[in-house]
Design a protein around this ligand. Structure first.
Ligand SMILES: [Zn+2]
Ligand SMILES: [Zn+2]
Ligand SMILES: [Zn+2]
Length: 91
C-alpha cells in the first residue's frame, strides 16, 4: 500500500503497541492526536452497545488504521483513529 501523507511530520512513530483497545500507553495511542484508540474491552459502554450498530466511536475505532515503515527490528508503526487518518491523508 502506498499513501501520500500530507501531515507525515506530525506523525509519532511507535516501536509497537500492546494491541489493547483504549490503551493510554504512549506507544499505543493515536500517532496524530495522542489519544487512546478504541473503547476498552471491559468498558461499561460496550455492555449497552448494539451489535448491529454501524457508526459510533465504539465501532469506528475497534480496528485502528496502522501504518508500518522500516523492516525487521527497525520497523516502526503508527496507529490512527479513522478520523485522524483522514487528516493525515493528502487530499
Ligand atoms: Zn498498550
Ligand atoms: Zn487520533
Ligand atoms: Zn456502534
Amino acid at each position: 500500500m502506498n499513501f501520500i501523507l500530507n501531515r507525515l511530520a506530525e506523525v509519532r512513530w511507535s516501536s509497537g503497541s500492546c494491541g489493547n483497545l483504549g490503551c493510554s500507553d504512549p506507544e499505543c495511542v493515536c500517532a496524530l492526536c495522542a489519544q487512546p484508540i478504541g473503547i476498552p474491552e471491559d468498558d461499561p459502554r460496550r455492555k449497552d452497545h448494539d451489535d448491529e450498530c454501524c457508526g459510533c466511536p465504539i465501532c469506528d475505532d475497534d480496528v485502528p488504521i496502522i501504518l508500518f515503515r522500516g523492516e525487521g527490528k527497525a520497523m516502526k508503526q503508527a496507529a490512527f483513529h479513522h478520523k485522524c487518518f483522514e487528516k493525515v491523508l493528502a487530499k
